[in-house]
Write a protein that binds this ligand. Structure first.
Ligand code: G3I
Length: 392
């Protein structure tokens, strides 16, 4: 399933600690199924104490890591309190939507960089890095796309988009999500690729084409393959991890300029989509063995299914944050932790089309800061994982 990796001393130690944790959880009466490290989350004795008030970006920087968050033009340009908390906590900013085709390209021959430029300026003015999301995806497409793009013009339209956008921001970007979510085992292709318009019109080579166009347009930026659903201890999670590794191996074998894997990490807490820290640790190690960096790019924890009591709910969410980050940050090739938003009300998960408020009518609480910009246990959990991460 995974390449047999020479266990580094730290990795072997980590595995030992994880086993000890599992045993101690057993000792506390929580059964650990064989080979499934069920998280010990939500237990009242699990504390999330943090030393000092230092920001997440400073705690990350102390370990050679980058912490940041996604943000939107319409929120950051209209809410100075929110903007102040981004500058306080974040060393990198990624537009959640404002660099997608739907925003950048209102018509086939017109580009609108207004919002992206405002965000780039906001980031650079406040000493933040800036990253792009995303040059190629099957979502976030403008209304004209479906009736305009076809087999004959798809390559021209794709390359033109990448060149125009990546050249516009050349030299300003820490990294670009060049291709997003190209793997989807449930579509049952032999290569496990997603049946998207790009695949339909251009075949699987669209991925190589996109990375080569991006590298030509902005040779200075880190080019990232970004994907989702690779963190769960489920059949789909396993198939996704294997398919992503195979895709990355194929790209590398062809000399395609891919530099990093982006792990979105939209986590569920507890038993809804269990994590297996041991498998996640092994997976990021296998990606690193390909000579790639790894970025955690869209981290948040879904709480719609968790108890109403925010004391209990926040603890379970914090446990998921700390368990996940403790596993991945043990890998030195992991260079960033980016949450998909910073403050709860601005989360995509608060929007009706993405679940919105919970069935009990209470607002979702997936992010490090609450609606009043107060640090939550999720903030503590990220801070603890950063403080305990090995220095890069
Ligand atoms: O801005 C328009 C508004 O003018 C219009 O009235 C409204 C009508 O529906 O739509 C608004 O655009 C919405 C946009 O978010 C801005 O809020 C789109 O409909 C909506 O589809 C879009 O959703 C975004 C989604 O990606 C699709 O692009 C979410 O905010 C965003 O958080 C989500 O982020 C994705 C990452 O890009 C990839 N990984 C998964 C992640 C979560 O789905």
């Amino acid at each position: 399933m995974y390449n047999h990796r020479l266990l580094t001393r730290r990795h072997a130690l980590w595995l030992g600690l994880a086993t000890v944790a599992g045993m101690s959880a057993c000792a506390k009466g929580k059964s650990i199924k064989q080979d499934q490290q069920v998280q010990v989350v939500g237990k009242s004795e699990r504390d999330f104490t943090v030393t000092g008030e230092t920001s997440l970006k400073e705690r990350a920087a102390a370990k050679g890591l980058i912490y940041g968050a996604s943000g939107r033009y319409r929120d950051l340009s209209s809410n100075s309190d929110l903007a102040d908390h981004y500058t306080q906590e974040c060393a990198i900013l990624v537009p959640g939507n404002d660099l997608k085709w739907s925003t950048l390209r209102p018509s086939p021959d017109r580009f609108d960089f207004t919002k992206g430029d405002w965000l780039a300026n906001f980031a650079h003015t406040h000493g933040m890095l800036f990253r792009g999301h995303t040059l190629v995806w099957n979502q976030g497409l403008p209304k004209w796309f479906q009736e305009t793009v076809n087999k004959q013009n798809a390559e021209h339209i794709l390359v033109e988009h990448i060149q125009k956008v990546a050249r516009h921001y050349a030299g300003q970007m820490h990294s670009w999500d060049v291709v997003n979510e190209a793997v989807y085992p449930k579509h049952q292709r032999s290569d496990s690729l997603r049946r998207s318009p790009w695949l339909k019109f251009l075949g699987s080579d669209y991925i190589d084409l996109a990375f080569r166009a991006a590298a030509e347009a902005d040779p200075q930026t880190i080019l990232v393959y970004n994907d989702v659903r690779m963190n769960t201890d489920t059949e789909d999670g396993e198939a996704t991890r294997i398919a992503i590794l195979k895709l990355l191996e194929r790209l590398k074998s062809r000399g395609t300029p891919v530099h990093a894997l982006g792990m979105q990490a939209h986590l569920w807490a507890k038993d809804q989509a269990p994590l297996n820290p041991r498998k996640i640790r092994a997976f990021v190690g296998d990606v690193a063995d390909l000579g790639l960096k790894i970025m955690v790019t869209e981290l948040d924890v879904k709480d719609q299914h968790l108890p109403k009591d925010t004391n209990v709910r926040d603890r379970i969410v914090a446990g998921a944050y700390e368990d996940y980050l403790s596993a991945v940050l043990d890998e030195p090739a992991v260079i960033s932790v980016i949450t998909w938003g910073l403050s709860d009300p601005y989360s995509w998960r608060a929007k009706p089309q993405f679940g919105g408020d919970r069935k009990d009518g209470t607002p979702v609480r997936p992010l490090p800061l609450d609606a009043q910009m107060k640090r939550k246990l999720a903030w503590n959990a990220i801070a603890r994982a950063l403080d305990n991460a090995p220095k890069r």
